[in-house]
Design a protein around this ligand. Structure first.
Ligand code: ADP
Ligand code: GN1
Ligand code: MG
Length: 372
C-alpha cells in the first residue's frame, strides 16, 4: 500500500457521517493488514465518542466493495439474532458508520477505500492471553459466532481472498517464491525452507479431504486470532467478534486452529527467543472446551476429532505464509522491524514441532469433549 498522507486521511474523515468536533486521532491496534485509526469526537452535551476508521488494504482485498457487502450482510444478520436473544447489538457486533453519500465505504481521490465502525466501548482486544479465562471466553464467542451464522446464506458471500485457507495452493506459492528468490534471501533460510518441504502432507491434508467431499463447509471467520475479539472489561466475556474481512465458507477446524496457533502459544507471535515458544496444553484444553460449547451441537464428531489437525495445519500454513512474505520482500504482512516476518515464521514452526510432540495429548483432550 502507498504511504498515507495526512491530507488523504483528512479527506476520508470529512467524508463519513461523523458528529461533533474531532479532538484526537491516532494509529490504533496491532493488526497486520489494514491501517486502523482511533478518532475521538466531542459532541455538545453528550461528551466524547470514539470511532474506528480504517484504510482497507486493497493489495490484500482486491474487491473492497464486495467485501463491504459481506460485512453489511453478516453484521445485519447478527444484529437481528442478537436482538432476538436479548443482547446489545451496539456492542456485540460491528456497526458500520456510513459515508456521507450513504455507502458503507468511502473511495478517496487516491483510489483507496475507507470504512468506519462504532468503537466497542469498555472492552479490550488482547495480543496475548493475560488471563486463561479470557481465552476460554474468546473460544465460546468464536464458537457462538459460527453457530449464529450456521444458517446464513453462504452462497451470497463473496470470496474476499481466493483460496484463503487452501494450504495446498499456498504450498505451491511458497515453492515458487523459493525458486524465484527475488530478494536473494533463500540461502539464509534453508532450514526453514526444508521444514516446509518436509511437511507437504500437512499442506495437503484438508484440501484433499475437502476435494473428496468429506468435510462440511460452514460460514466461518477464518482469522480467529485473539486480537480479533473484544473482551468485556467488566465481565471478561468475549463480547464481540471483529475483523470480519475473511468471513467466508470454510472449515470449523481452521477457526479452532488459528486461535490455538496465536492464543495457546506461550510467547508473542514475533518472539525471537524460541525457548519461550510452546503450545500450552492447558490453554489448548480450555479453548477446545469453550469452542465446542460455543458451537453447541453444530459440530460433527469428525470435525471435533480433526481439531488438533486444524491447529497444526493453521500454524504450519501461517508460518509458511510469513516465510513466503519474507522471501518476497515483506509486501503482505506489515512489519515494524527488519526480519520480523522471519521471526514470526520461526515461532510458528517451533509451535508445529511442539504440537508434533504433544500430538497424543491434543487428541485426548478433544476426545474428552466430543462426548459432552
Ligand atoms: P486488521 O485486519 O489489520 O487486523 P482489525 O479490523 O482487526 O484490522 O483492527 C485492528 C485492531 O483495531 C483490532 O485488533 C482492535 O484492537 C481494534 N478495533 C477494530 N475494530 C474495533 C472496534 N469496532 N472497536 C474497538 N476496537 C476495534
Ligand atoms: C493477519 O488481519 P490480522 O492481523 O487480524 C492475516 C491472518 C494471519 C494473521 C497472522 C487477511 O490477520 O490470516 O493469520 O495476520 N489476515 C489476512 O497474525 O491475511
Ligand atoms: Mg485483526
Amino acid at each position: 500500500m502507498a504511504l498515507l498522507t495526512q491530507k488523504q486521511k483528512d479527506e476520508a474523515i470529512a467524508n463519513f457521517q461523523f458528529e461533533g468536533i474531532l479532538i484526537e486521532e491516532g494509529p490504533y491496534g496491532s493488526g497486520h493488514i489494514n491501517d486502523t485509526f482511533l478518532l475521538k469526537f466531542e459532541i455538545a452535551e453528550m461528551g466524547c465518542i470514539n470511532v474506528i476508521l480504517q484504510r482497507m488494504n486493497k493489495d490484500v482485498f482486491s474487491n473492497p466493495v464486495e467485501l463491504m457487502e459481506n460485512i453489511m450482510g453478516v453484521t445485519s444478520y447478527l444484529r437481528k439474532k442478537i436482538i432476538e436473544n436479548g443482547g446489545d447489538p451496539e456492542r456485540e457486533t460491528l456497526n458500520v458508520i456510513p459515508a456521507v453519500d450513504g455507502k458503507p465505504y468511502y473511495l478517496d481521490s487516491q483510489g483507496d477505500y475507507w470504512r468506519s465502525y462504532k468503537f466497542i466501548t469498555d472492552a479490550t482486544s488482547y495480543d496475548q492471553v493475560e488471563k486463561p479465562e479470557h481465552f476460554y471466553q474468546s473460544a465460546v464467542a468464536f464458537g457462538n459466532f459460527q453457530r449464529l451464522l450456521a444458517d446464513y446464506p453462504a452462497e451470497t458471500l463473496h470470496e474476499t481472498i481466493k483460496g484463503f485457507h487452501n494450504t495446498k495452493a499456498r504450498f505451491a506459492v511458497f515453492k515458487k517464491a523459493v525458486e524465484e528468490d527475488v530478494m536473494g534471501r533463500a540461502s539464509q533460510v534453508q532450514k526453514e525452507i526444508q521444514f516446509v518441504l518436509d511437511r507437504e502432507n500437512i499442506a495437503d491434508y484438508f484440501t484433499d479431504l475437502l476435494e473428496k467431499g468429506e468435510l462440511p463447509l460452514r460460514v466461518t471467520h477464518n482469522d480467529t486470532k485473539l486480537n480479533n475479539i473484544m473482551i468485556d472489561n467488566k465481565t471478561g466475556r468475549g463480547i464481540c467478534v471483529i475483523d470480519l474481512d475473511t468471513v467466508m465458507p470454510g472449515l470449523a477446524m481452521n477457526d479452532f486452529g488459528d486461535s490455538i496457533r496465536f492464543g495457546a502459544s506461550t510467547a508473542a507471535e514475533d518472539e525471537r527467543d524460541l525457548d519461550k515458544v510452546s503450545c500450552s496444553m492447558e490453554l489448548f484444553d480450555l479453548y477446545a472446551k469453550g469452542f465446542i460449547e460455543g458451537c453447541a451441537e453444530k459440530l460433527t464428531a469428525r470435525e471435533i476429532e480433526l481439531m488438533p489437525m486444524g491447529a497444526k495445519s493453521m500454524t504450519f500454513e501461517c508460518g509458511m505464509r510469513f516465510l513466503t512474505d519474507y522471501l518476497q520482500g515483506d509486501n503482505y504482512f506489515k512489519i515494524h522491524r527488519e526480519g520480523q516476518n522471519l521471526d514470526r515464521c520461526r515461532t510458528q514452526f517451533k509451535l508445529v514441532e511442539d504440537m508434533e510432540q504433544k500430538w497424543d495429548t491434543m487428541q485426548e483432550i478433544v476426545k474428552k469433549y466430543s462426548n459432552c
